[in-house]
Design a protein around this ligand. Structure first.
Ligand code: CUA
Length: 326
């Protein structure tokens, strides 16, 4: 009895965890994901009904009247219940699923979408905004989009297979070496939702997430102008010197400074993002200090070299500088 109660509690907790509407297939915030949510409900309710039906049939076959039991064990019921019913049901679901997949690609495709490229890397996201004048602006680990406008995202990878998934807006699409896959969606309204790498891609796969910030179109346009500009930190001084003299610029770019590394995430406006380390730490001075000094523990196997040699005050100055890159 106690074991059953524990099991029910664990199941209930898992269910509740799945209901977090920041990253749930049941909380659609756009036309593409709304169709997927509808399919999810059909499958969920259908599976529940079929499970109940099977339970009833099992009960009858064990304790029902003799003639019912006889019928259930006959060849006919195996042909109809075991072959015809699953083939028809699953085929219908498959065809409906294909129609939804196709619609997701074409339905919201528009003449002049917002162009963004996202490249999966172990274990973070390189995000490139493509401007109308042909120039690009690089950012990382966060997606900003205008609500109500069609979005077109080119998905590719720098290493292994990743999968890009923002359940609130669209289905998941794999990022496959040597290929560019395209994702189309529209966000209904401004808001912040989270997304996740949905394909096992090595050690820190579970720590490869990101926030998507949908903004009003005018806010987005203003944000993009700012994102495109060079870094203008409120606090430079000692922290900036430490950043530049410790080799950080070998991997990271801070536009407007000599740091122009291309290996790791662009940090030009890192202080304005929702999170650090691809969705795993709060974007605060403490968050930066924790990441710089303990990232090998927080996110094992990540490719950044260890930087555990800074004194407390150096770490503080460096973190203040990074956090001020807004
Ligand atoms: Cu990238 Cu899993």
């Amino acid at each position: 009895m106690r074991y059953a109660l524990k099991t029910i509690c664990v199941m209930a907790l898992l269910l509740i965890a799945g209901c977090d509407d920041k990253q749930s297939a049941f909380a659609a915030l756009g036309p593409v994901s709304a169709r997927i949510t509808f399919l999810t409900w059909i499958m969920f309710i259908g599976a529940a009904l079929i499970t109940v039906l099977i339970c009833v049939l099992m009960f009858i076959s064990i304790a029902g009247p003799a003639d019912w039991r006889h019928k259930l064990t006959g060849e006919k019921s195996i042909i109809w219940g075991g072959i015809v019913f699953p083939v028809v049901t699953l085929s219908a679901l498959l065809i409906y699923g294909f129609l939804i997949l196709k619609a997701g690609g074409t339905w919201v495709r528009a003449e002049n979408p917002v162009h963004i490229s996202v490249i999966g890397e172990q274990w973070w996201w390189r995000v490139i905004y493509r401007h109308d004048d042909g120039h690009t602006t690089e950012s990382a680990n966060e997606l900003r989009i205008p609500a109500g406008r069609p979005i077109e995202i080119e998905l590719s990878t720098a290493d292994v297979i990743h999968s890009f998934w923002i359940p609130a807006y669209a289905g998941k699409i794999d990022m496959i070496p040597g290929r560019i896959n395209t994702l189309h969606f529209v966000a209904d309204k401004p808001g912040i939702v989270s997304g996740q790498c949905a394909e096992y891609c090595g050690g820190a796969h579970a720590l490869m997430s990101f926030y998507t910030v949908a903004m009003t179109p005018s806010d987005y346009d203003a944000w993009l102008v700012k994102e495109r500009s060079n870094a203008a930190p409120a606090l430079a001084g000692e922290g900036k010197q430490i950043f530049l003299s410790s080799g950080c610029g070998g991997c990271h770019t801070v536009r407007g400074t000599p740091a122009d590394g291309k290996i790791g995430p662009d940090l030009t406006h890192v202080g304005s993002r929702q999170s650090l380390g691809a969705g795993i730490l709060p974007n605060t001075t403490e968050g930066f200090a924790k990441w710089v000094s303990q990232h090998k523990i927080i996110k094992p196997e990540n490719l950044m070299p260890p930087f555990d040699f800074f004194s407390e005050s150096e770490l503080q100055s460096l973190s203040l500088y990074l956090n001020s890159l807004e």
